[in-house]
Design a protein. Structure first.
Length: 212
């Protein structure tokens, strides 16, 4: 291939990548206007938020990871990039448009996209041959979910985690903090200003270090 052809190929790939990112953003924005209470923000998560959210994960040890509300897959893609070759990522999403998009945008066999509620996490793990998850990651807006559903999701999440596992949460308010502190033994709080909207991060563990 000549240098001019190579340059054209690179340029075409860059344009395709740009169109894909634009398509992701349009899909996300369209669904935000349809279901604002389900998404919480009009744009996907920033790279700053994703980096801080995933920082606590031990990628060498993590074999089973669950993601609630993956949306258009910004966090999903980064998890797959860092995951072990033999690990599994189960993405649980209620929005059928996002489910269809996620199933079509990658052929990575480690990703399993399930159209369901996070309330079903225990059953979904068992259906995929797992008893527990090492990490569960969530961006679903708990502040807009009814109290009974929020309670069920959080309690199911705790029961679905390995004793040394962690629940990694990002939110645009601190309303869920009291519930997290009531249900999990350890809750650590951080803040990421470089996101639209600025986000609160909560890192939760089902057990204390002394109880292991």
């Amino acid at each position: 291939m000549s240098s001019s052809q190579t340059g054209n190929a690179v340029s075409n790939n860059q344009h395709a990548s740009s169109r894909a990112r634009g398509g992701h953003a349009l899909l996300f924005a369209r669904n935000f206007f349809r279901h604002p209470r389900m998404l919480g923000s009009i744009v996907p998560s920033s790279r700053f938020l994703i980096k801080q959210l995933l920082q606590p994960i031990d990628w060498v040890q993590a074999r089973v990871i669950v993601e609630y509300g993956p949306g258009v897959g910004g966090i999903t893609a980064e998890i797959l990039r860092r995951m072990r070759p033999d690990a599994s990522l189960i993405a649980i999403e209620t929005n059928p448009e996002f489910v269809s998009f996620l199933r079509s945008y990658t052929e990575d066999e480690r990703l399993h996209v399930v159209e369901a509620s996070a309330e079903e996490v225990v059953e979904i793990l068992r259906q995929h041959g797992h008893e527990k998850a090492d990490y569960i990651i969530s961006g679903i807006p708990f502040s807009t979910i009814s109290a009974p559903v929020r309670e069920r999701i959080l309690r199911k999440t705790r029961s679905a985690l390995q004793p040394r596992g962690a629940f990694l949460v990002y939110q645009f308010s601190t309303r869920v903090l009291q519930d997290l502190q009531r249900i999990f033994y350890v809750v650590r709080r951080q803040f990421e200003p470089l996101n639209v909207l600025p986000a609160y991060l909560f890192f939760c563990r089902p057990e204390t270090a002394s109880s292991r």
